[in-house]
Design a protein around this ligand. Structure first.
Ligand SMILES: C[S@@+](CC[C@H](N)C(=O)[O-])C[C@H]1O[C@@H](n2cnc3c(N)ncnc32)[C@H](O)[C@@H]1O
Length: 346
């Protein structure tokens, strides 16, 4: 006797289903993401009735190597709008990690900034666990707060903040007094600063957004609901994500001999780094020396500068320029560096 469809176990765990139309090219990825959410998050969604949302953002740097790669949008998961942020690199990160002979047990991001790489890896289970390091104390306070389970507090603080120029100025003064505030208050103030200063720049000297997006002025990048949701979604992934409280170089040292570790290295390196980051000085030769001795796989991204191409040659690394267009259609190149980049051709 044929079984009625109701006797089959439901394919989805989170409840009723509905029909969505999505772009065909994104369908497999969205489906994989939905299955992942469904299997790992069913309980939380049921218990907290929290919505776990796939929020995609157009990436403003269409990228292509020899032939154009269609990466119209990638999930935006970081609460930061980070200068030099690598959202555009997400499709390449996925390709690299999936091309490894075995799924890495650890993904390490020693220069985390907005942490999009680690967030992607942990949300999409591209490695067993992701660990990020960052020496900027403000940025670190955000990661420490969220990753020690205080994300809900932070999300609520964001939702409760009344964004007026007076409140912003008062808060930024409080942030400047630094040591007197608690870690989680510092985290809130850092995200506020990141959202109200031009280009998300938090280094000294950056000015406030003036006209902003659509002339919305100082609030033009302050999206409280979106920020709160991203933070809560990270909170749902705490078991796959950690923050290393120290220098990125020390994080590399710690996992140097682990063949199952994969390192993504994105140090501050542009002529503009001094303007963009409080901590902008890195000994690049020392970094290359270290990467030459790690047992695991690694991928580095850099500006396409002669100094860096020379270092790659000295240490026997492969490097590939990626041509890309920015949002103003200006062409620029970035450099990807690794021991072997053949996977880029597939
Ligand atoms: C290019 S940004 C990283 C951007 C990041 N990949 C993203 O997508 O947001 C480099 C970061 O390294 C941090 N940094 C500088 N020196 C560091 C160090 N020794 N250890 C850890 N982080 C460091 C800077 O504060 C900055 O946030």
């Amino acid at each position: 006797m044929a079984r009625s469809s109701t006797t089959y176990a439901p394919k989805w765990h989170c409840g009723k289903t509905c029909v969505l139309r999505v772009p065909e090219v994104l369908a497999d990825e969205i489906m994989a993401y939905a299955r992942d959410l469904d299997s790992t998050r069913a309980n939380e969604i049921r218990e907290n009735s929290a919505n776990y949302t796939l929020e995609t953002e157009p990436i403003n740097k269409p990228l292509y190597t020899e032939k154009p790669v269609n990466v119209a949008s990638v999930p935006q998961r970081s609460p930061f709008r980070y200068p030099g942020g690598k959202t555009w690199l997400v499709p390449i990160l996925r390709a690299w990690l999936r091309a490894l002979p075995r799924k890495p047990s650890l993904f390490l991001e020693p220069f985390a900034g907005g942490g999009i790489a680690s967030l992607t890896v942990s949300f999409e289970k591209l490695a067993g666990h992701a660990i990020m390091a960052e020496t900027d104390e403000g940025v670190a306070s955000v990661w420490k707060t969220i990753l020690t389970g205080q994300g809900h507090w932070l999300a609520q603080e964001i939702l409760d903040f009344e964004l007026t120029i007076g409140n912003v100025r008062k808060s930024l003064e409080e942030d400047a007094n630094g040591s007197a505030v608690s870690l989680r208050r510092r985290a809130f103030l850092t995200l506020l600063r990141n959202r109200v200063q031009r280009g998300g720049i938090m280094a000294p000297g950056a000015s406030l957004v003036k006209t902003g997006e659509n002339n919305r002025g100082i609030g033009s990048r302050w999206y409280p609901e979106t920020l709160a949701r991203r933070i809560r979604e990270i909170d749902m992934n705490l078991h796959r994500l950690s923050f290393y409280n120290g220098d990125g170089f020390a994080l590399i040292d710690e996992y140097m001999v682990d063949p199952q570790a994969a390192f993504y290295i994105d140090p501050p390196y542009t002529k503009a780094a001094k303007r963009l980051y409080r901590n902008w000085q890195v000994d690049h030769r020392q970094l290359f020396e270290k990467m030459a001795t790690v047992s695991g796989s690694f991928l580095m991204s850099y500006d396409n500068e002669k100094e860096i191409r020379d270092l790659s040659r000295v240490f026997g690394f492969e490097c590939r320029p990626l041509r890309m267009k920015n949002s103003h259609h200006a062409e620029m190149t970035e450099l990807l560096i690794g021991r072997d980049l053949n996977w880029l051709d597939h």
